[in-house]
Design a binder for this molecule. Structure first.
Ligand SMILES: CC(C)(COP(=O)(O)OP(=O)(O)OC[C@H]1O[C@@H](n2cnc3c(N)ncnc32)[C@H](O)[C@@H]1OP(=O)(O)O)[C@@H](O)C(=O)NCCC(=O)NCCS
Length: 336
């Protein structure tokens, strides 16, 4: 799917994040599996990640992220009429985590649902929220991307354990006077689904059911380096823009090598590329909002800048968006 904005300006007017307190270093993981800080840093760029407490579920980190995003936009939960939570680790299948959040935030008039698109979930959810607002169905959306993948990892499997972390981010989307989303490109390749999957997690019966993530790292690496480039190129072309126009590149934070490859192939210099995989690992749907928040905190994300975001992950799925960053939503303060 590829498309440009239909003239209705919709932007991100609030941004908030939350990560669990516990920091787990590579050295700590080396106590559980046969790995080393040196191997993990060299092959992935990851130095540490946040891991949820035993009694912490997705909504426990998604709620503070959502509250921070609403505060940032200067609006309250009651004004939200669409709430989407992108995740593969909801508190439970139902009630959905979005319904739980809607209740906690006082979003009584909101349509609320969870969305499953692997690590691309945040990009898919933002595109949906954009479409519903641009189409006149919703006025103000809260999109949360977050995962607590530590709960579905096999803590004795070094090939997956070292890559992932827990975290959540949230954004408020609403009509804006200037800037906003310019276009999206989203896709899926189910034929590659078995390279990153969670067999035994749904209605399909398996001989040996398994409730842990399984991954063919090399295949996912090849897929990732391909789609990170093709998706970004496609959305730029469709919007009539060039890679030189991109001020801030926010790639999914899966692996430093994948990010460096994509940025180099696209021709985006390092100083415009946001990287925080070293501190959080791959937080799945939390990755892009966490990176946006870091970019804003270090002064790289400002009013009027062209931001390119690209996610990819299980499905296999991918998705890109181009947005002219704006701070002029209808709320009191707007995003700084
Ligand atoms: C997983 C990944 C880091 C592995 O890196 P790689 O350079 O491809 O490494 P390889 O798979 O070739 O493995 C090299 C060796 O390291 C070993 N190894 C794998 N994981 C290891 C770990 N955590 N610690 C130490 N050694 C490890 C392998 O067993 C292999 O050993 P062998 O040569 O004796 O068989 C890389 O393939 C990757 O990032 N893939 C994408 C994963 C991803 O991003 N998934 C999420 C997408 S949303």
């Amino acid at each position: 799917m590829i498309g440009t904005a239909n003239g209705v300006r919709v932007g991100i007017t609030g941004l908030g994040t939350c990560v669990p307190e516990r920091v787990v270093s590579n050295d700590e993981l080396a106590r559980y599996v046969d790995t080393s800080d040196e191997w993990i840093v060299e092959r992935t760029g990851i130095r540490e990640r946040r891991i949820a407490a035993e009694d912490q579920a997705l909504s426990d980190i998604a709620l503070p992220a959502a509250e921070a995003a609403l505060r940032d936009a200067g609006v309250d939960g009651a004004s939200v009429d669409l709430l989407i939570v992108a995740t593969v680790t909801p508190d439970m299948m139902f009630p959905t985590t979005s319904a739980i959040l809607a209740d906690r935030l006082g979003a009584r008039d909101a349509a609320a649902y969870d969305l499953l698109a692997g690590c691309t979930g945040f990009m898919y959810a933002v595109a949906q929220a954009y479409g519903m607002i641009a189409g006149g169905l919703a006025r103000r959306a809260l999109v949360v991307g977050g995962d607590v993948l530590s709960k579905i990892l096999d803590w004795s499997d070094r090939s997956t354990l070292v890559l992932f972390g827990d975290g959540a981010g949230a954004v408020v989307l609403e009509p804006v006077a200037r800037g906003g989303f310019l276009g999206f490109e989203l896709g899926a390749d189910g034929a590659g689904g078995e390279h990153l999957w969670l067999p035994g997690s749904g209605s399909r019966r398996f001989e040996e059911p398994d409730s842990y993530v399984k991954m063919n790292g090399r295949e996912v690496f090849k897929f990732a380096t391909r789609v990170m480039v093709s998706s970004a190129t496609a959305v730029l072309e469709r919007c009539g823009l060039d890679v030189a126009d991109v001020d801030v590149y926010v790639p999914h934070q899966a692996n430093r090598r994948i990010i460096d490859y994509a940025a180099a192939k696209l021709g985006i210099p390092q100083e415009r590329t946001i990287v925080n995989v070293d501190r959080y690992g791959n937080t799945s749907s939390g990755s892009i909002p966490l990176a946006l928040a870091d970019a804003r905190a270090d002064g790289r994300l400002r009013e009027g800048q062209l931001v390119l975001m690209t996610g990819m992950g299980a499905g296999l799925t991918w998705g890109s968006a181009l947005v002219e960053w704006t701070t002029n939503g209808s709320g009191a303060s707007g995003a700084a």
